[in-house]
Design a protein around this ligand. Structure first.
Ligand SMILES: *Cc1c(COP(=O)(O)O)cnc(C)c1O
Length: 373
């Protein structure tokens, strides 16, 4: 068959082919299979439902995918590759769960952890020479920083070192880290891949057979396998990923510009804005600027909390990447106190742009009225 565009692949891949089969890969609730076939027990051999998910994502990112029970389970399988005394480098802006995972491991003496600013390309290139795990996240959560992945991924690395990229914010549509030279691309499939706030799942994509075998072993031994229903829902979510993401991305671009001109907003971080320090790099490296915006409002933490309380359409919730827009004040989370206190992280959904604008506007103005009281 001709090479399909990603949007057609998302719709058509991972379907049964036999005459009389259902169009969709069925939900196969099985732990155990009759002996003599190519799988015996689901924790080792997977199920047809997870394999549909893995096949869709692996092909999009130019590697082979492994599905996990959550994004953190996927990240933990990468950290499980480290030998004692290893050197780990994390970006300064990084998903808090991954930072926590690394801190706990370092606290137990398993490895040492350094942080390097996402945009400090020279620092990353220098670190590549003696780090055992370089963990990048771009665009980053929640500051939307952009790393020069191509430059960092092609810098000489210590033999056996692993370079992993958390690709959650970009999705397989906007960025394929393996094609830029990364060893592993990681996703919280809980977010855009699932897209409906109704499942937890994670993905790793890699090319190297030894690395894949070792990651698979970590999954089998750690038992961090995806649920069958979750894998099925993730496939269901992927069917509309291109449509959802395109719409949400258009909304985000328009909202970012609108917010930048709003009197109650002090600073907007969105890689698609010319004012964003990583704009040129993002334009060259990504196929789109994504659906995540973070912005600081007037009135400090109290002002930002008041905005969240006044929301009507946008959900005041922590997670992201779904059809519904969600927003929260990030510094209200434990471990996130280093962030600007009034930073709101907005995950833009597929609602009408006008409705989103008017909800954000009334919430920002309601907060302003409170300040005046
Ligand atoms: C949510 C998230 C994770 C963790 O994934 P879970 O599915 O919640 O375990 C990792 N990285 C990023 C960027 C995320 O947004």
């Amino acid at each position: 068959m001709q090479k399909l565009s990603p949007s057609s692949w998302l719709v058509s891949a991972g379907r049964p082919e036999e005459p009389g089969a259902p169009l969709n890969m069925p939900l196969v609730p099985a732990s155990n299979f009759l002996l003599g076939g190519d799988r015996e027990y689901a924790r080792d051999g997977g199920t047809p439902t997870w394999e549909a998910l893995e096949g869709i994502i692996g092909n999009l990112e130019g590697g082979e995918a492994l599905a996990f029970s959550s994004g953190m389970a996927a990240a933990a399988a990468v950290f499980d590759q480290l030998e004692s005394g290893a050197r780990v480098v994390l970006p300064d802006d990084c998903y808090q769960g991954v930072v926590h995972l690394a801190r706990v491991g370092a606290g137990k003496g398993r490895y040492r952890v350094n942080r390097i600013a996402t945009e400090d390309t020279t620092g990353w290139i220098e670190a590549a020479g003696d780090a055992d795990l370089l963990w990048l996240e771009s665009p980053s959560n929640p500051l939307l920083k952009v790393a020069d992945l191509r430059a960092i991924c092609t810098a000489p690395r210590k033999p056996g070192a692993i370079l992993a990229v958390d690709n959650t914010f970009a999705t397989p549509l906007n960025q394929q880290p393996l094609r830029l030279g990364a060893d592993i691309s990681m996703h919280s499939a809980t977010k855009f891949i699932g897209g409906h706030s109704d499942l937890l799942a994670g993905m790793l994509v890699a090319r190297d057979a030894l690395l894949l075998g070792s990651l698979r072993q970590s999954r089998t031994l750690g038992g961090a396998t995806p649920g069958t229903l979750e894998a099925w829902l993730a496939v269901r979510g992927l069917r509309t990923l291109a449509l959802r993401f395109e719409r949400a991305q258009q909304n985000a671009a328009a909202l970012a510009e609108w917010l930048e001109n709003h009197p109650m907003v002090e600073l907007v971080r969105y890689p698609g804005l010319r004012s964003h320090p990583g704009h040129a790099l993002a334009a060259a490296q990504l196929d789109g600027f994504g659906t995540m915006i973070s912005f600081d409002v007037t009135g400090g933490a109290a002002g930002a909390d008041a905005v969240c309380r006044a929301l009507r359409l946008v959900r005041h919730a922590s997670s992201l990447g779904a059809v519904e827009s969600t927003m929260e004040r990030r510094a209200s989370n434990a471990g996130q106190e280093h962030l600007p206190p009034s930073l709101l992280r907005l995950s833009v959904g597929i609602e009408s742009l006008e409705d989103l604008k008017s909800d954000l506007d009334q919430a920002l103005r309601a907060a302003e009225d409170r300040e005046k009281l």
